[in-house]
Design a protein around this ligand. Structure first.
Ligand SMILES: [Zn+2]
Length: 244
């Protein structure tokens, strides 16, 4: 297929077009966590024509991941997730630059990677990492997309970090809180992870291409068992030590 045909459905899309595609092809996205959410997000960003993806995960593929982490297969068990994901994604679109980082990053390393990225995807599974990512993206004024999948539910937050009146993840949670965003051991139905990962890719593409009209200070909560969608206001906390 000639290169010009690959993105024809984007080129022909009213309100997106070649300009939108060009913005994608100039952007560098950092995906922290290549589990279920990160698999789906990175796959859609790869086929959509992002210039560069940086994948970060210290974990290796386990048999229990195979029901929902769609980039991984039985033969990948025991291998690092970021490394396997890079190889799989390359097969979908060889034009995309992909860096795979197979270690747990300290704060300075994370700071450097965020500095070099246009948008950060938080696909981690623990509140400590999420709050650190939130703080650094706030300081560096980088757009942040946060997703979570648990039981039959998905949660989605996009923080553009453009305006001073925006709230942040630290307004909602402080360390030690029982988080809406963690799913360890509680269980999740497989497609919930794929849907939320796809929605994170959608938020990323909207933000990079300028389509995101900035629905600020909202946590979108999706109940897929009953097909109910709710919005929770993410109020700015007066004494938030990140954004206030
Ligand atoms: Zn805050």
């Amino acid at each position: 297929m000639p290169e010009s045909m690959r993105y024809i459905s984007h080129h022909n899309l009213e309100g997106f077009g070649k300009d939108g595609q060009k913005k994608l092809s100039n952007s560098s996205i950092l995906i922290i966590g290549v589990g279920g959410l990160g698999s789906a997000t990175s796959l859609y960003l790869t086929v959509s024509g992002i210039r560069k993806l940086t994948l970060v995960d210290f974990d290796s593929v386990d048999e229990s991941n195979l029901s929902r982490q769609i980039l991984f297969q039985k033969q990948d068990i025991g291998m690092n997730k970021a490394i396997v994901a890079k190889e799989k994604l390359k097969a979908f679109n060889e034009d995309i630059l992909i860096d795979a980082i197979q270690k747990r990053l300290d704060e300075d390393e994370l700071r450097e990677l965020i500095k070099d990225s246009d948008l950060i995807i938080d696909a981690t599974d623990n509140l400590e990492s999420r709050l650190m990512i939130n703080q650094i993206t706030y300081e560096q004024r980088k757009p942040l997309c946060i997703g979570a999948a648990i039981r039959y539910e998905g949660h989605l937050i996009t923080i553009l970090n453009k305006d001073k009146d925006e709230s942040c993840l630290n307004c909602l949670y402080t360390l030690g809180d029982e988080s809406l965003l963690d799913c360890d051991g509680i269980g999740v139905l497989s497609p919930v992870v794929g849907i939320m990962g796809s929605m994170m890719a959608m938020e990323c593409i909207k933000t990079i291409s300028g389509l995101n009209t900035g629905q600020k200070n909202i946590v979108s909560v999706f109940d897929f068992k009953n097909n109910i969608y709710n919005k929770i206001n993410l109020e700015k906390r007066v004494n938030c030590d990140v954004c206030s």
